[in-house]
Ligand binder design. Sequence first.
Ligand SMILES: CC(C)(COP(=O)(O)OP(=O)(O)OC[C@H]1O[C@@H](n2cnc3c(N)ncnc32)[C@H](O)[C@@H]1OP(=O)(O)O)[C@@H](O)C(=O)NCCC(=O)NCCS
Length: 191
Amino acid sequence: MWPQELIDFRQLVGDRVLLRPYRKGDGLALYEAIHSSLDRITPWFLWANAEHSVEISESKVEMLADLFLNQQDLTLGIWDLDEKTILGGSGLHRFDWKLRLCEIGYWIRTGFEGKGYVIETVKLLEDFAFGVLGMNTVQIRLVPSNVRSQRVAERCGYRYDGTVRRITFMGNGELADLSIFSKTVDEWEAK
Ligand SMILES: CC(C)(COP(=O)(O)OP(=O)(O)OC[C@H]1O[C@@H](n2cnc3c(N)ncnc32)[C@H](O)[C@@H]1OP(=O)(O)O)[C@@H](O)C(=O)NCCC(=O)NCCS
């Protein structure tokens, strides 16, 4: 059972990004964001290698909205402040309510890289995870060859815990190792 703060979740707003769950009607915006970013996201995500169309993206946003309503996952679009353009995707995933542990994931749309939008997104999400949801630990998991993702984790103050062998897939379906970076609530409070 999710805490009430997560059931009531609507959006997080930063200086330049607005994070909110996808909803019915977002399919076109999501399709455009994914379609224009394929060359950069296909190496890393199985879902990016599936077929894409506006209709498929519309089904996907409805499926993600259901996962949120069914308290299974908080996938979020990264929008510009007037909610016209999807800048990328993020979210809090793999909640473990006994350990109070969850994971932040992210991707940014082609043309919006290198501007700090992901760093801003991670900070908004960790403030929510630690400050509102009372998490003990937040993880960022990445394959060791994903240098850009590692740079985001390190810039946001996440520490390297270790690498687990062959427990994830690359975008092309090959097995890959996964490095885990994490921040504890004590480290967040000391920021
Ligand atoms: C991984 C990924 C999300 C990183 O995106 P990114 O654009 O590098 O991250 P940010 O938006 O936070 O930008 C950070 C960079 O912007 C710079 N920057 C520019 N303006 C900034 C600002 N106002 N505030 C903060 N940083 C700023 C930072 O210095 C940093 O530069 P650096 O890359 O030289 O260190 C992106 O490469 C991506 O989408 N990759 C494909 C999908 C993927 O791999 N996802 C992760 C799976 S684990």
